[in-house]
Design a protein around this ligand. Structure first.
Ligand SMILES: *Cc1c(COP(=O)(O)O)cnc(C)c1O
Length: 375
């Protein structure tokens, strides 16, 4: 029987068989011709890595067990004990915790660069500085980094640029085409897109770095399981349809929220008064993504009432699913920053982050309206 599945089946197998010693030699001799052991490579995780690599225009990629594993791999492929890294101050809380609590123990030090100084890095650089880690769109205030300018500034100083492209996705922005050296994703978010997978991916512009990343994936055991890979691939097939839908809904929601008296500020790059609106428009091809933050009154009562009333935006501390949700930066992603860091980043009691899904937008507006009503 010659079975020809239309899509890649789930190779739920930790190991693969060989006929004899000759076939084993073929595995080592003809790279990519066979599989040996799923931690070293599996058809499903390779399919995911190859698809993201193609979308991002890279020279090779590795799928990882989470976005955190992707950040870990991207940083460690460029650094060793004694090195120093720069990190944008507006960064995912997990990234700064990883650097501060774990990479520091491995002898890697960090300087955080405020958003305003990202294009003027010379003052932060030491002889051992290797890279800058930044996000295309930052969490939670949706500040947008000019990646071409950042890449030029990094390369002028001999640094690599590592971009966390989770919020933008390659549908909006392809960092490697703007000069970045490495791009990574929490696949958990838009790439998989359905809130049912934890995964990550790192893509390199340079084939040698890509090969090193694969080796690190195997040796540190960062690689992704077949089932998670398969789900992420299924999600990824609709990414190019979902991102315009997220973006369109989010723009409608942002415009609506701007008119609501209970909302003191709306942070969304698609709004003309956003500080990087023009950059976001040009760098995102006219799409601004589905993420935004809003500022309610700075008291927990108001925030709780909004959360309790909203039906379409459940408080679920993640983002980027087809179904809308909301999160609370002060209590979740940015909980472990110092109070000064929180204030500096604009993360206050009234700040709520919305992940706008692809549901019919009228329902979302009606839900927000009743959740924000005075009584
Ligand atoms: C969620 C997230 C991560 C971490 O990804 P996990 O899949 O949760 O490990 C990293 N960066 C950004 C921007 C994220 O939103």
């Amino acid at each position: 029987m010659d079975i020809k599945p239309k899509i890649t089946p789930i190779y739920q197998s930790s190991v693969f068989k060989f006929e004899d010693l000759n076939e084993l030699e073929l595995y080592f001799g003809e790279s990519g011709s066979r599989y040996l052991y799923s931690r070293n490579g599996n058809p499903n995780s390779d399919e995911l890595a190859d698809m993201v690599n193609t979308l991002e225009g890279g020279a090779g990629a590795v799928a990882t067990g989470s976005g955190m594993a992707a950040i870990f791999a991207a940083l460690l492929v460029c650094c060793q004990a004694g090195d120093h890294v720069l990190c944008a101050a507006d960064i995912y809380g997990g990234s700064s915790s990883l650097i501060d609590k774990e990479l520091s123990r491995m002898g890697i030090s960090v300087t955080y660069v405020p958003f305003e100084q990202l294009y003027d890095l010379a003052q932060f650089v030491q002889p051992t500085t290797r890279l800058l880690l930044a996000e295309t769109m930052s969490n939670p205030l949706l500040r947008v980094a000019d990646l071409r300018r950042l890449a030029d500034e990094c390369h002028r100083l001999g640094l690599k640029l590592v971009v966390d492209n989770t919020f933008a996705t390659p549908i909006l922005t392809k960092p490697l085409s703007l000069g970045a050296d490495l791009v990574l994703h929490s696949v958990t978010k838009y790439i998989a897109g359905h809130s049912d997978v934890t995964a990550g991916v790192v893509v390199a512009a340079d084939p040698e770095i890509a090969a090193r990343l694969k080796q690190m994936g195997v040796l540190y055991g960062l690689t992704l399981s077949p089932m998670e890979s398969w789900l992420a691939v299924r999600g990824l097939k609709t990414l190019h349809l979902r991102m315009p839908a997220h973006s369109q809904n989010a723009l409608t929601v942002a415009n609506f929220l701007q008119e609501q008296p209970a909302v003191r500020a709306v942070y969304y790059p698609g709004l003309p008064d956003h500080p990087q609106h023009e950059l976001a428009k040009q760098q995102g091809g006219g799409l601004f993504g589905g993420m935004m933050s809003i500022l309610l009154a700075d008291d927990a009562e108001t925030v709780n009432r909004f959360m309790q009333r909203s039906q379409q935006f459940p408080f679920a501390p993640s983002l980027a699913g087809v179904d809308s949700s909301l999160s609370y930066p002060l209590g979740t992603s940015h909980r472990y920053l110092t109070p000064e860091q929180q204030t500096d980043l604009g993360i206050t009691v009234g700040l709520v982050r919305l992940s706008v899904g692809i549901e019919p937008v009228e329902g979302l507006l009606a839900d927000l309206q009743q959740a924000l009503a005075a009584e």
